[in-house]
Design a binder for this molecule. Structure first.
Ligand code: C5P
Length: 315
């Protein structure tokens, strides 16, 4: 019997994020295209025999208390399977962060997703991926996607997923100011206060918007692995509130636009900005250009690629 598992927890970017309207549960009705990236955290789950959840992380900005999604994931599993949890004892969760925090890359959601997948293995529960995703939806809107990963159309709160043909190793550059984070609840609240006049509420109209994206040009471009078309068609409604509130992020996007990147956009609620590139060599040049153009020691820049998968065991 294994006493520990190590898992890869990839980040994600949004190739599309459309806000449709309000939901009765207080969340927003969304249509998104989610895409996993190779930049990933590592999460280890290990039985500690102490009947408690302990969390360890190498990143100073990550909260280690019960508010952390990884911690909440372990508590959720223990609540759903109390006898098994008691039998196996407590769990130590160790997160090695590569992804920036509060960045719009679903780092926290990925960590929570990894704990669900890891405890399913550690406690030999035999839950299926859809069962894990249903549990994950209780933790956060992005957790179900984080479990499966790849490329997917996400609707509802973001937890209703339709996988689409995945992108193969599309080169990306990601950039973020280390000292700047954006709160997701703030971003959605700011959007509601400015744009709720445009919200749609009739179920038929919502269904029509969903159908539109399924049949739309962006999904076609993804299916054809057409980087330039994806870069031209991608869209994020939250840019409308985050860019004006954080001029630094708008400037960063502007700096990307002066590079050879095929297109550039903010991911999720930000403040990470990404650019799609034609090749890894181009991505390296874009990274170089950004680092030179923005002489700020807080600027972090990564090159990565799209990834065709979600949480996976690291052998
Ligand atoms: O689901 P998650 O905890 O990641 O969502 C964080 C916050 O983002 C929510 O509390 C809500 O303010 C906002 N949100 C939303 N509609 C969604 C997803 C998130 O309003 N579909």
């Amino acid at each position: 019997m294994m006493h520990s598992y190590r898992l890869r927890a990839p980040g994600k970017i949004n190739l599309a994020l459309e806000i449709i309207g309000d939901r009765s549960d207080g969340f927003h009705e969304l249509v998104m295209i989610m895409q996993s990236i190779a930049l990933a955290d590592q999460v280890e789950v290990r039985s500690n025999g102490l009947q408690e959840v302990r969390l360890f992380c190498n990143h100073p900005q990550v909260p280690l208390d019960a508010s952390n999604l990884a911690h909440r994931a372990a508590v959720l599993m223990a609540e759903n399977f109390p006898e098994v949890a008691a039998n196996y004892g407590g769990v130590d969760i160790t997160i090695e962060k590569q992804l920036p925090v509060a960045a719009g890359l679903a780092g926290g959601s990925g960590n929570g997703a990894a704990v669900l997948v890891g405890l399913n293995l550690l406690w030999q529960l035999g839950l299926t991926q859809p069962e894990l995703q249903r549990l994950g939806a209780q933790l956060g809107s992005d957790v179900p996607f984080s479990i499966a990963g790849g490329t997917a159309i996400a609707t509802g709160r973001g937890e209703q997923l339709d996988a689409i043909a995945g992108l193969h190793d599309l080169p990306l550059v990601l950039a973020k100011y280390e000292n700047l984070g954006v709160s997701t609840p703030w971003a959605y609240q700011a959007y509601r206060s400015q744009f709720s006049g445009e919200y749609i509420s009739e179920p038929a109209a919502i269904a029509q918007r969903t159908a539109q994206i399924h049949a739309g040009e962006l999904v076609k471009a993804i299916t054809h692995q057409d980087g330039p078309a994806i870069a031209r068609l991608m869209h994020n409604d939250l840019e409308k509130v985050v860019l004006p509130a954080h001029p630094q992020v708008a400037q960063l996007k502007g700096a990307f636009q002066e590079t050879e990147a095929l297109g550039t956009m903010m991911s999720g609620s930000g403040p990470t900005v990404f650019g799609i590139c034609e090749s890894l060599a181009a991505a390296d040049r874009v990274k170089q250009h950004l680092t030179e153009a923005i002489a700020d020691p807080h600027l972090q820049v990564w090159t990565t690629t799209t990834l065709n998968g979600g949480i996976e065991i690291i052998p």
